[in-house]
Design a protein around this ligand. Sequence first.
Ligand SMILES: *Cc1c(COP(=O)(O)O)cnc(C)c1O
Length: 373
Amino acid sequence: MNPIIPLLDMKAPYLELQAELDACCRRVMESGWYILGQEVEQFEADFAAFCGVKHCIGVANGLDALRLILHALDIGAGDEVIVPANTYIATWLAVSQTGARPMPVEPVEVTCNMDPQRIEAAITPRTRAILPVHLYGQPAEMAPILAIAARHGLKVIEDAAQAHGAVYQNLKAGALGDAAGFSFYPGKNLGAFGDAGAVMTNDDALAERLRRLRNYGSTVKYHNEEKGFNSRLDPLQAAFLAVKLRRLDEWNRRRETIAQFYLRELAGCPALILPMAAAAARPCWHQFVIRHPHRDALQAILTRQGIGTLIHYPIPPHLSPAYRELGFTTGDFPLTEALAGSVLSIPMGPHLSLAESQRVVDCLWQASKELAA
Ligand SMILES: *Cc1c(COP(=O)(O)O)cnc(C)c1O
């Protein structure tokens, strides 16, 4: 039996960078400083420079990053925010946590991202912002989205949780709208060793408010200018992230090499639909997502062969019990539902070897032929 190929090797990044990461642990522990401070400020400066954005504000996780942006823009009860129907539920939760209502828009099938041509139909007098997601590390079509937002006086907030280092029209994800939220959940392209997140913005006043909001509404200790939250980036995670950030370009290039290998070697595979990037976009290949009409059968065969796969995501937010109160039913967002029934993520990551990706390709060809017979 061949060894198992995981969807993502979670431990490999630590093993590759062990000496540097262990040194971070010691440095932070010995500093005696465990909330905000120099480690957080250094990573914020590094990641702001990486994204080409003026301000980075480190927060506790990606969901908080999005929620705090909405809060800082005074979006809340009675407001509506346009979101992709096809996304991870966190995008919607950030909106509902402020009291605002998520207004779903169907995707373009080729990229799985929000369809700009369907946005205007979802705009009402209550709409305050558009929240596109760069799903799977594929940049959303930002040019038409920004044009629509400008026409209607709306803010654009990027959910860049899967898009560290992705590029659109020569700008990095995180630099494309009024503000962006990143997650550093361990499985992301830039992942911490625990929960972590960040907000990016070029707006000085918004940045200042976000720095207050993440820290009890205060910049000066015990002077609380507004009702804030406790959502700070942990200094130990900041130290780890600064080390991993220095590898991000290289690790994203390794992902790109694998993606190009898959695209070349899987072309023509019966009934298989391969991912495609939007024009002017350079994805960071967070996930490599294929589609197949007999997805569940395909996944079962791959599992038997020791190939790790995952469905991102099996239940779209509008059909999740969590959003029962919005009253959506099956058939309301047919493109999103079709994707949920056909998508499959296959192994992808900076530590996947060429031999392993070859075995994934071989198994997929064999399985596709079997299912076509
Ligand atoms: C991971 C993710 C989030 C949330 O990030 P957390 O750090 O887990 O809170 C939000 N949106 C998308 C699209 C994500 O993939």
